[in-house]
Write a protein that binds this ligand. Structure first.
Ligand code: SAM
Length: 418
């Protein structure tokens, strides 16, 4: 181990870029004062510090002449950058420092992947599938390296960070708050997303939504080619909602949003009638029950053979249709049956298309002529057709272009055949 004049050492630009001008704590200074610098600084042959910037700054503050150093060399610039980050792995860091580190790790990993790919390209030809799975794993890897929990947390942290870098004022404030420990990454992410949503709604108001209205369709209130969460509809303006959301657990957020949508947009006594899968029934009740009152469950009897649910080894002969109501409670004018006879597989417009006749029965039972019925996940528009067929007004929302188009085409076809 040799000793080098404090003044001959220089800081590394990457260290400055990531960690900035950090305050040296009094405790740290006291410990150098009492014990000296026990662990030598790691420096390059030109005296650029790789590890030990704080020890160096502390020594300067205390007026020490020399500090112990160990010289190291690197086979490449990449290895040098990696070493700076690795030596700093253990120290406490702010969110901003972690994100700067993460950006650097992403560059490093990308360059390494490129090098691997070049080698592979030379020996075996390209391996795009390997590259893809590598990319999938890299988020988790970076999250681990900068100690930020899971890849999902890192993803959210990055959204906030990127927005702030683009100059978004809300995001910049959130970054400051996270650094000071006054906001969590998930909390900040939600604020950014809410803001985006509000902005989208505002721009929708300027009529960015592709609405579909024609003179021939007085009974079609409107069709929106959009996510239902973003559509600007007056509160308390819809008589009933009849819909069929996706059922899997990846879509639980949609059920939560559906409950909020129904709570806001339905008139009092309005029904929310939704097809459901049997596997996650308790979850749907949890989401819907937070906002609306449970009314009943209808059994849609399969027209045709039972459906085997391998998850529970049940031969199922029905599908539940959940009925909720925006309070106060109000009953349909005449008694209704809770058995709905399925009208069979009609799948020519949408993979998950529901039957027209079964919907007609539900519409006749639970709604009144001229009521406005909304299907916020309308698919190919079966609810819309069943509504207008029964002299109700209809509003459809569908986020996927191809289904929205199919719904429009289907309506035109229906009008022609009338
Ligand atoms: C099960 S399918 C509905 C099928 C429909 N009942 C029919 O008979 O054609 C659910 C539909 O919801 C749409 N969807 C999912 N999330 C949505 C959202 N946030 N806003 C609007 N539509 C959405 C999907 O694109 C899909 O077409």
């Amino acid at each position: 181990m040799k000793k080098v004049d404090v003044d001959k050492l220089q800081s590394h630009e990457l260290n400055q870029k990531i960690y900035g001008d950090e305050e040296i704590s009094q405790d740290f200074l006291d410990s150098i004062d009492e014990f000296g610098i026990l662990v030598p600084l790691k420096v390059k042959p030109d005296n650029t510090i790789i590890s030990g910037h704080r020890r160096w700054k502390g020594a300067k503050k205390l007026g020490l002449d020399k500090v112990p150093v160990e010289t190291i060399t690197f086979s490449s610039k990449l290895a040098e950058r990696e070493a700076i980050l690795t030596y700093n792995k253990q120290r406490d860091k702010t969110y901003s420092q972690k994100m700067k580190e993460a950006g650097e790790w992403e560059d490093i990993e990308e360059e390494k992947a490129k090098e691997r790919q070049e080698k592979l390209g030379k020996s075996h030809g390209k391996d795009p599938s390997g590259q893809l799975s590598q990319r999938g794993r890299s988020k988790d890897k970076i999250a681990q390296k900068v100690k930020m929990g899971s890849g999902r947390t890192y993803d959210r942290a990055k959204t906030v960070w990127d927005e702030a870098k683009k100059g978004d004022e809300v995001a910049k404030k959130q970054v400051e708050k996270i650094d000071k420990g006054k906001e969590s990454i998930h909390g900040a992410y939600k604020k950014i997303k809410n803001k985006e949503r509000t902005e989208k709604i505002k721009s929708n108001k300027k009529d960015n939504v592709r609405k579909f209205k024609t003179k021939n369709f007085n009974d079609i209130h409107s069709l929106y080619d959009e996510e239902f969460q973003n559509v600007d509809i007056d509160n308390n303006s819809i008589d009933h909602i009849i819909t069929d959301p996706p059922y899997g657990q990846d879509f639980f957020n949609l059920w939560e949003d559906l409950a909020t949508f129904a709570d806001n947009k339905l008139k009092e006594n309005g029904f929310l009638i939704t097809y459901a899968g049997n596997i996650h029934i308790p979850k749907y009740h949890q989401f819907l029950g937070q906002k609306l009152d449970y009314y009943w469950t209808l059994a849609l009897i399969h027209n045709g053979p039972n459906q085997r649910i391998s998850y529970t080894a049940v031969q199922s002969g029905y599908k539940p249709i959940l009925v909720y109501q925006k309070p106060p409670m109000n009953k349909p004018k005449t008694d209704v049956s809770d058995i709905v006879q399925g009208s069979g597989r009609e799948k020519d417009h949408h993979k998950w298309q529901q039957g027209l006749d079964e919907l007609s029965q539900i519409i006749k039972d639970f709604t009144e002529p001229n009521d406005l019925i909304c299907d916020p996940m309308a698919g190919s528009g079966t609810t819309i057709i069943a509504s207008i067929k029964n002299n109700r007004r209809a509003m459809g929302i569908e986020k996927q272009d191809k289904h929205f188009q199919a719904m429009k085409d289907r309506l035109m076809e229906y009008k022609k055949s009338e």
